[in-house]
Design a protein. Structure first.
Lengths: 422, 490
């Protein structure tokens, strides 16, 4: 028999190992969690396509070099949203801003020094990309929403760099019992610069807490963006997390949801618009560890040019998680001959009294629908835009804030207009 | 919920030791020495008196195999297999090769009688309507012992014989097609099979011929510490049709036994192959001791335009199943179908599904998979549907449903759906549930007892697949389903 294949370290892996050795002493707090996370990375290396969950996004191959840590930069223009108190971030670093009533915001380094531990949002899941953030994150904030409080918050991330840089922010949000939070995170960055983002947002929902989280990805066209949402749900907690992705060159958005309390609900959604040579991977792990959980997943992907979309969704129902109800749908529209889509919806079920289903479809625009609209005088491109907007509209319409929803719909229309003139 | 409780109770007490075909035939066998090396490959080749090119082909596969690693991606767990602790060749001594029925050892005939496999043509003719006749190739351990109805089939131009025989009688066909669907380099077990395959069936249907009867192969593992590595090759030439059935059983033994087969199907223009399997290898006892490790590579190549390959399988046996009958849809307008019922009970582990690879224009495929998990078993559907860039107009519909009976089993669905062509339309749906209380209530209210009600609902759940089986198999399959779920259903 042959010997097991020994993977050679890539230059990026070697650079990360050297960087950790050099920076270890100066990284703020959480030293044990950092060391453990780094050890896992060191043992396994960057995830390659040989790892089942990274089958379609070979990070090992895509991340050839590791960009230097981003410098401090002056705060610049970032997006504002009506009705949302704003916390601005440049290159992952918090630039200040006022927290609304009932919400306390502390820089990550301070929160770590006060004993906040990273990683609890992951439940039992482990992931090398999240581990890398855990090991290296210096920047970000810890947000605490007091029990019973109601708040809205906009985290405006804006990257300012003229050379490749790596940006690793971490946001840890604890939502107290009965509190409710609408959290919008926007991500923008320079065009033409191959910057690397590895961002983790942990959402820890207490009993009966409610969170609506919306992430808007408008990253630069050469950026590699690895983003993760790791949420734990207490009794009767309700989580909605939606990603609208338009930017970046290579993106992977991961959502880990762990049910820790009974009767909790989660809705995970996404609308992804891809063109050119973009690659976008959405990977979910929904872990029903306790009974009576409900999850709804809805993903819409539009692929144009020679872009490639990926959806991987795994619903796990543990042996005692009876009465779980999970429904997952992923639909993709391919607009060009070179576009590609890979769907992998998974069910992993160990309890018998459950209702779980998933559906996945992939196809092009319906010629009959196009004909109907064209017969009524719409030019083909306009008819296409109308159908595409309706397709992703099902995800957008779940956003509760009117102003934000219109902003998002405007971005989709603009994307279709740009397509029509090209 | 007393109904659920009772079902769970009965599942707990379930006894998988009800395997009917677990007897051992006491027959003197000729065994190759244990272990695997080039000499064993040469030994097998020499036993079959093979031409040099085939030996070379085997040796190349063997050398390749030495460099390969056992795959670990499937959702199955088993102790490491010691490939040096197996006999790679076992043959009943008194039957040197498939000859006429009169020369077959009577002990062997009795074995097949006990299994309910009709080998005597006269007996078959006596009682059964002509349209229900089935030609059988019986493979016992490493050799084919007899093939029935050969002469009658030959009149229609159909070649149906053991592959070891076809190597001598039709070398040009074997040489042309062997390994063209599942190449020797395909995967760990297929490569191993290429090196040490012993026997199996060979079918050739000439252009325009509709095979006059169902063809079938019956595989039996008897000897201890042996692996069965059969190889089946079916070629349907232009415009022809064949329906082929496969059945398998093995004695109850405490140690696990390896079965690594390769099946290759080739359909040329307008040809259709229907391949049905009722897999009933010994599943091991209720604690997972013994049983067959069924690591099989089955693949059909729709090489011609408008060709069609249809796989139907009922999987009730084996300790571990690792099997993905696939279709390569190469010809324009070709179509593939996959109908499957996989039932696991006791400690069985099933990781099975299909691959539909759309290469040609306007190709269509349909997947219907039903998994039923009971006892402490794990049942995984793993399927892949891909459309390549030139597969304009490709169409797939997939439906996989799982049913769980009991709280200690698991049902998993892992589909890979990959499209590189905008005009390809793929739809996939999957559900997992338990038997609905209201359905049970409805049946019981009308006077059925609970066991009967469960049986009725389960049969309804798998009905769509059973309908695809040829008559004789459908009846057998229905019985098998009842036996494998005995204790949990009626």
């Amino acid at each position: 028999m042959a010997n097991p294949v020994v993977m050679m370290r890539t230059p990026a892996e070697t650079a990360l190992i050297e960087r950790f050795a050099a920076e270890k002493a100066s990284l703020p707090g959480a030293s044990q969690a950092r060391a453990e996370a780094f050890a896992r990375f060191e043992a396994k290396g960057l995830p390659s396509k040989r790892i089942e969950s990274y089958h379609y996004t070979d990070v090992r191959n895509l991340m050839r070099t590791v960009a230097p840590v981003a410098n401090d930069a002056v705060a610049g223009e970032t997006m504002t949203l009506d009705g949302f108190p704003r916390l601005g971030f440049t290159n992952g670093r918090w630039q200040g801003g006022d927290a609304p009533a009932g919400v306390t915001v502390v820089p990550l380094a301070d929160a770590y020094r006060d004993g906040l531990a990273p990683g609890l949002g992951m439940g039992e899941a482990t992931d090398i990309v999240v581990d890398l953030n855990t090991a290296f994150a210096r920047d970000g904030v810890a947000i605490r929403v007091a029990a019973g409080a109601e708040a809205r918050l906009h985290l405006a991330f804006s990257e300012k760099t003229s050379a490749p840089a790596s940006i690793l922010p971490r946001v840890i949000v604890e939502i107290g019992e009965g509190a409710s939070l609408m959290l919008v995170a926007t991500h923008q960055g320079p065009a033409g610069i191959a910057y690397q983002v590895n961002e983790v947002v942990e959402l820890r929902l207490g009993k009966q807490a409610k969170v609506e989280h919306v992430r808007l990805n408008l990253s630069g066209d050469k950026a590699m963006v690895l983003s993760s949402v790791a949420a734990t749900l207490g009794d009767e907690a309700e989580l909605q997390t939606t990603q609208i992705a338009l930017g970046g060159e290579v993106c992977r958005h991961q959502v880990f949801v762990t049910y820790q309390g009974e009767n909790a609900k989660a809705a995970i959604r996404g609308a992804t618009m891809l063109r050119g040579h973009q690659h976008h991977d959405t990977t979910l792990v929904v872990d029903h560890a306790v009974p009576h959980g409900e999850s709804r997943e809805l993903f819409r992907t539009v692929v144009d040019g020679s872009a490639h979309g990926v959806f991987q969704g795994k619903i796990i129902v543990r042996p005692h998680a009876q009465k779980t109800d999970g429904q997952m749908a992923s639909n993709a529209l391919l607009l060009s001959d070179d576009a590609g889509m890979s769907n992998k919806p998974e069910l992993e079920i160990f309890a018998d009294d459950v209702v779980c289903a998933h559906g996945a479809t992939c196809g092009s625009l319906d010629e009959n629908q196009l004909f109907y609209l064209q017969a009524r005088g719409l030019p083909r491109k306009v008819a296409e835009a109308l159908l595409v907007e309706a397709f992703v509209g099902e995800v957008l319409e779940t956003v509760s804030d009117d102003g934000l929803r219109e902003t998002l719909a405007g971005l989709v229309s603009e994307w279709m207009r740009a397509r029509a003139v090209s | 919920m007393p109904a659920v409780k009772e079902t769970v109770e009965t599942v707990r007490q379930i006894d998988v030791d009800q395997y009917k075909y677990g007897f051992v035939t006491d027959i003197e066998s000729e065994l190759a020495p244990k272990g695997l090396n080039e000499d064993i490959v040469r030994y097998i080749s020499a036993k079959k008196n093979e031409p040099a090119w085939l030996l070379e082909w085997r040796l190349e596969a063997f050398r390749r195999w030495l460099t390969m690693q056992e795959p670990t991606w499937a959702r199955v767990h088993y102790p490491q297999i010691d490939f040096q602790d197996l006999h790679y060749y076992a043959a009943p001594k008194k039957t040197p090769g498939p000859k006429s029925l009169d020369e077959v050892d009577p002990e062997l005939l009795r074995t097949y009688e006990k299994l309910g496999i009709p080998l005597r043509e006269r007996e078959i003719l006596a009682g059964v309507e002509p349209q229900n006749r089935v030609a059988v190739d019986a493979v016992f351990d490493s050799v084919s012992v007899v093939t029935t109805f050969k002469e009658e089939l030959a009149k229609a131009g159909v070649i149906f014989c053991a592959i070891s025989e076809a190597v001598h009688t039709h070398p040009e066909l074997v040489k042309q097609y062997l390994g063209t669907v599942v190449p020797t380099t395909d995967n760990f077990y297929a490569t191993l099979n290429s090196a040490v395959f012993s026997d199996g069936s060979f079918v050739y249907i000439p252009p325009g011929v509709k095979c006059p009867m169902e063809l079938s192969t019956y595989f039996r593992i008897n000897e201890q510490k042996t692996g069965q590595f059969e190889r089946t090759l079916i070629i349907a030439d232009k415009g022809s049709y064949v329906s082929y059935l496969e059945g398998c059983t093995a004695p109850k033994r405490d140690e696990a036994q390896l079965h690594a087969a390769v099946v290759e199907l080739i359909a040329l223009d307008d040809a259709e192959i229907k391949y049905s399997t009722v897999q009933n290898w010994y599943p091991g006892d209720k604690d997972g001791k013994g049983g067959i490790y069924n690591f099989v590579t089955k693949r059909g190549d729709c090489r011609g335009a408008r060709s069609k390959i249809s796989w139907t399988q009922v999987e009730t046996g084996s300790a571990i199943t690792w099997k993905y009958p696939s279709c390569i849809l190469r010809g324009e307008g070709s179509s593939g179908e996959f109908y499957s019922i996989a039932i696991s009970n006791g400690m069985q582990q099933v990781d099975s599904g299909t691959k539909m690879i759309h290469l040609g224009k306007n190709t269509t495929s349909k997947i219907l998979a039903k998994g039923i998990a009971a006892g402490r078993s794990d049942n995984t559907y793993r399927g892949q549907v891909t459309a390549h860039r030139k597969a304009t107009g490709a169409r797939n519909f997939t439906n996989c449903d799982s049913l769980l009976i009991g709280q200690q089993c698991g049902a998993h669905t892992i589909p890979y759906i990959e499209s590189k062509n905008a005009s390809a339309v793929f739809e996939h749906e999957a559900t997992t549930s338990k038997i609905a209380e209201d359905q049970l209530f409805y049946c019981m209210q009308r006077g059925l007892d609970e066991e009967e009600a469960v049986a009725l609902i389960v049969n309804g759940f798998v009905k769509e697949v059973l309908q695809q089986l040829p008559m004789e198999f459908a009846v057998e399959a229905q019985k098998l389903i009842a036996v494998s779920l005995e204790g949990s259903v009626g």
